[in-house]
Design a protein around this ligand. Structure first.
Ligand SMILES: Cc1cc2nc3c(=O)[nH]c(=O)nc-3n(C[C@H](O)[C@H](O)[C@H](O)COP(=O)(O)O)c2cc1C
Length: 310
């Protein structure tokens, strides 16, 4: 098998992106990629995805910010970043110098903020914008944008209007209306969905008997959430087989990636495990190549294949 066996295409009705392999770092767990680039050439990744950028600079949440759980972590980073102006000046030149697919993640706290961020990124030659609609909407009591159909529709509609870039909606794993959300994503001309973000959890300090985090809730990620993320990818592929899916949640090795692809994902994002092993992504890519050779398959031929075996 040649390297082409790992190529995948994210193909919507209007746009497409070809990736040399399906492995992408999940937003917020890889910085802007420049530090990792001093350890290995990040151009070998399927795409580089940057940490979510907000309109204004944010200090993030007070510490503590990380709590280890069996098989995962809870994080309460709170989207710390220096804002889009800084990003465009300091990070964008590095991103544009890469020769792999270049993806930028944006996070707004109002619909207008999402639109402004998209306008700011639009002039640059990046390959995709990942719109993190799993952040809290300050105009709707902090409910995530993707949890209210009307707000989600308004957000995606207005973002789509100001750019022709390939757009990915990153949604929460916790939802009672997945099919409705995916319907909106497709109707509003988004090109792919990323499934998904962390799952809300809590930790309590048994000595003080108070919540461990100032914000009480924090986001659970890592291997502990993989079966849930895989289930949501499965359901999304069942109901919306023509919407490209990027699976994310708990991936730690090549066989996890194969599971996500067989469930219906065309690509995957790996998050928490980058914090455990900075070389995890190139190792996974190597192991997937070996898998394709040993099993004489191309990845694109097995997307959603577990559904066909029923
Ligand atoms: C420390 C940390 C920071 C994160 N920051 C972001 C972020 O800025 N934007 C975003 O969309 N997701 C963010 N996430 C969520 C990840 O991108 C990913 O969706 C989630 O961790 C599930 O994948 P995993 O189990 O492989 O980590 C963050 C996760 C962690 C652990």
């Amino acid at each position: 098998m040649s390297n082409n066996s790992m190529q995948v295409t994210l193909q919507s009705s209007g746009r497409s992106i070809q990736l040399k392999n399906p492995i992408v770092p999940a937003s917020g767990t890889f910085g802007d990629g420049s530090i990792v680039n001093s350890l290995y050439d990040v151009n070998q990744l399927g795409a580089l995805l940057t940490k979510s950028i907000t309109l204004h600079s944010r200090q993030g949440n007070p510490s503590p910010r990380i709590y280890e759980t069996p098989g995962g972590i809870l994080n309460s980073v709170g989207l710390e970043n220096k804002g889009v102006k800084w990003f465009l000046e300091e990070v964008m030149p590095f991103v544009l110098s890469l020769h792999t697919s270049k993806w930028i993640s944006i996070a707004g706290f109002t619909v207008d903020e999402f639109v402004e961020l998209t306008r700011a990124i639009n002039p640059y030659e990046v390959d995709a914008i990942e719109v993190n609609v799993s952040c809290p909407n300050i105009h709707k009591n902090g409910i995530q944008f993707c949890q209210n159909k009307d707000v989600l529709q308004d957000t995606l509609h207005r973002v789509r209007k100001v750019t022709d870039h390939f757009l990915i909606a990153k949604i929460a794993l916790e939802t009672n209306s997945l099919s409705e959300i995916l319907e909106v994503i497709q109707q509003e001309g988004f090109d792919a969905v990323c499934i998904g973000n962390t799952i809300r959890g809590i930790a309590i300090d048994p000595i003080s008997r108070k919540p461990f985090f100032h914000q009480i809730f924090a986001g659970l990620s890592g291997p502990a959430i993989k079966p849930i993320a895989l289930r949501v990818v499965w359901e999304a592929f069942s109901s919306h087989p023509t919407l490209p899916i990027i699976g994310c949640g708990g991936i730690q090795c090549a066989s996890d990636v194969i599971e996500f692809i067989c469930a219906g994902a065309s690509a995957v994002e790996v998050g928490t495990m980058n914090l455990v092993d900075p070389f995890i992504l190139p190792n996974i890519i190597q192991d997937i190549d070996t898998y394709c050779t040993n099993h004489e398959v191309t990845l694109s031929s097995i997307i959603g294949s577990s559904h066909r075996s029923l």
